[in-house]
Design a protein around this ligand. Structure first.
Ligand SMILES: CC(C)(COP(=O)(O)OP(=O)(O)OC[C@H]1O[C@@H](n2cnc3c(N)ncnc32)[C@H](O)[C@@H]1OP(=O)(O)O)[C@@H](O)C(=O)NCCC(=O)NCCS
Length: 159
């Protein structure tokens, strides 16, 4: 059974390892904002005593923004459990919406979020090309062999 818990200070190494495993490091650039994701509040998914997923977030202006979401064990319910826990966290903090930015190549994420009720609310053409100027390690060709250029915003509202 997957259990999701808020990351504690002693989980720092796990957070860094999950972020590095997915993104090659802990620095993220999303809609022009640079985050050190290992310093953000986070939720960790556990299965059989081991970490299997991570969600980092920011709460501001009555909304929870998912900055990163990663399932180390795909298609086992990890992403769903983390997203549900993030919605609970948002509600508990008085937020009334949850939003996330993903990229035009990430068909898995676009499907995943829409299947869980999030709606597309914005398209930022060329936003990834801008982010690449701040983080040159962002690949030119992304998932599914798709050229990586744009950001899409999805939102769950009401929670
Ligand atoms: C997007 C992402 C987080 C989804 O996480 P995930 O843990 O694979 O998602 P889930 O397992 O909860 O759900 C995925 C599918 O697997 C299915 N599934 C869940 N548990 C299952 C099981 N035990 N057996 C078979 N299928 C299962 C779900 O029903 C779901 O299908 P659906 O969308 O048709 O309902 C994951 O693909 C990922 O880490 N991607 C890389 C990082 C990324 O791009 N993050 C998002 C950008 S911020």
């Amino acid at each position: 059974m997957i259990v999701v818990r808020a990351a504690a200070p002693e989980d720092r190494e796990i957070v860094v390892s999950l972020l590095t495993g997915s993104w090659g490091g802990t620095a993220m650039v999303v809609h022009g904002v640079r985050h050190d994701a290992d310093e953000l509040p986070a939720l960790i998914a556990w299965l059989d005593g081991g970490p299997v997923g991570l969600l980092t977030y920011v709460i501001a202006a009555d909304a929870l923004e998912v900055v990163t979401l990663d399932a180390a064990l795909p298609r086992a319910g990890v992403g769903t459990a983390l997203l549900a826990a993030a919605a609970d966290t948002a509600r508990a903090s008085g937020a009334d919406r949850l939003w996330v930015t993903t990229t035009n190549d990430n068909l898995d994420a676009l499907r995943f979020y829409q299947r869980r009720g999030l709606r597309l609310t914005a398209l930022a053409p060329g936003a990834v090309d801008e982010a690449r100027k701040l983080k040159p390690s962002i690949p030119v060709i992304g998932d599914n062999g798709i050229a990586l250029h744009d950001e899409l915003t999805l939102e769950l509202h009401p929670l």
